[in-house]
Design a binder for this molecule. Structure first.
Ligand code: HAM
Length: 424
């Protein structure tokens, strides 16, 4: 019978061996920065009720219209694999009454997200985000801290070629005037525009500014900043004042509108020209209406999310030094049944002392066992054959110089631990 290969789903990745070292490196940096900023971790489910995303991300957005992995479960509920993390965090905040913990609540998360997008370098269907959210503060201090945290994260990873863009998209009230102005601007250009824009003109006119096809038109469009009311304007000015005082460089991009509907006031992105066409590393902003909109008490909030595949791409391309692969320190090479029993006993003793111990579970000759021990980078091999059992000893081979010693089995663990210390 012809066997058909089953391949991984388009737009997903298998991350292993050398690659996983980059992920461990980044995950450690996430834990470090979050600890330093005193954010605590939240893990929400990978799937949620579809309605959560429809209501928070927005019915008319590309994410909801085209990109969600939505299915019916066996109980007939409509379920969606989360396309982003903020909606789930806001839902959890309400459902668990985190508001009772006092304001502000500072949370971070790190996990897989799913969007049915056209895969290309830096754009996947299953990707990972590190996100941070501050709930409970309407002050520009919170916007500043969120941006500073994303910025320091990149700095700690030595990602320098990244630029911060900020904008304010106002509150729903002042945005209405702006939308009217935009509609006026686009009204006579609409017939020549792409079908998506024609649809968005009525449902979400701000998105016309983000069209990848009719890019040029944006240059003549009115900017949002002159439409901001005085509260929104001073919020934006305050944020900029704090950024300047911290020496964080930024550019105001009046046409930065973000692809998700929940934003109010501050919107920002950090982009890196080293990434090619998918240049957005970080996206974030304020979402003062979201918690109330999905059923909670009104609660201002602001946050960011960083795409980890893009971070890893940059680390690789900029040859940032990461820890080498975690190899096992000791390989146990036992030939025969009694010998194997002894081998497992040694492994238990070494593991108790915290030594990473690889047991060769292949029944093959010593030469091939040694070859494999070298291949996996073991620092020391323990050889256990007939002679070793008879004399109650073990042969210890130091892999980098080939030197060999025979030691009484009682002293094996102490000897190995000392030797490992000498080698490193
Ligand atoms: P977003 O801009 O949609 O924002 O995504 C944030 C980051 O996730 C992007 O800058 C990018 O690095 C990464 N990303 C998005 N889609 C993909 C993809 N298909 N493949 C690889 N990476 C991707 C949000 O998701 C908001 N929840 C951010 C936020 C948090 N706003 C407030 N709080």
């Amino acid at each position: 019978m012809h066997k058909v290969m089953i391949n991984r789903i388009k737009g997903t990745q298998d991350i292993a061996f050398e690659d996983i070292e980059y992920w461990h490196f980044v995950e450690e940096a996430i834990r470090n920065i979050s600890h330093k900023y005193a954010f605590t971790e939240i893990r929400t489910p990978i799937f949620e009720a579809t309605e959560l995303f429809e209501r928070s991300v927005g019915e008319s957005t590309d994410v909801v219209q085209k990109e969600m992995y939505t299915f019916e479960d066996k109980g007939g509920r409509s379920i969606t694999l989360r396309p982003e993390g903020t909606a789930g965090v806001a839902r959890a905040f309400i459902e668990n009454s985190f508001v009772n913990l006092g304001s502000p609540v500072k949370l971070f998360y790190n996990g897989p997200m799913f969007r049915y997008e056209k895969p290309q370098a830096g754009r996947l269907r299953q990707f990972h985000q590190f996100g941070a959210e501050i709930l409970g503060s309407e002050s520009p201090l919170a916007d500043f801290e969120i941006i500073e945290m994303a910025y320091s994260f990149l700095k700690e990873l030595k990602i320098n070629n990244a630029k911060l863009f900020i904008n304010s998209i106002g509150c729903p009230a002042c945005r209405e005037d702006y939308k009217t102005a935009l509609k006026e601007y686009y009204s006579d250009k609409l017939p020549g525009m792409c079908p998506d824009c024609q649809r968005r003109y009525d449902t979400n006119v701000l998105r016309l500014l983000d069209c990848k096809i009719d890019k040029e038109l944006v240059h003549g469009a009115p900017g949002i900043l002159e439409y901001l009311d005085s509260d929104c304007r001073s919020h934006f000015e305050e944020l900029q004042w704090y950024l300047q005082r911290a020496g964080i460089e930024y550019e105001v991009d009046q046409f930065l509108v973000r692809g998700l509907d929940y934003y109010t006031r501050t919107a920002f992105e950090i982009r890196s020209s080293s990434l090619g066409s998918q240049d957005q590393l970080v996206g974030g902003g304020r979402y003062d209406g979201l918690v109330e909109y999905i059923g909670g008490k009104s609660c201002p909030a602001v946050g960011f999310a960083i795409g980890l595949e893009r971070i890893v791409m940059l680390l690789k391309s900029e040859s940032v030094k990461i820890n080498g692969p975690e190899t096992s320190e000791v390989a146990i090479l036992a030939f025969g049944r009694e010998e194997s029993v002894r081998g497992f006993d040694y492994a238990r003793r070494l593991r108790k002392m915290g030594v990473s111990t690889f047991v060769d579970v292949m029944e093959r000759n010593m030469r091939n066992k040694m070859k494999h021990a070298a291949r996996i980078g073991a620092k020391i091999s323990l050889l256990i054959g007939k002679e070793e059992i008879e004399r109650d000893i073990v042969t210890i081979k130091v892999m980098n110089d080939g030197s060999q010693f025979q030691v009484d089995s009682d002293y094996m663990a102490d000897y190995v631990v000392d030797k490992l210390r000498d080698i490193s």
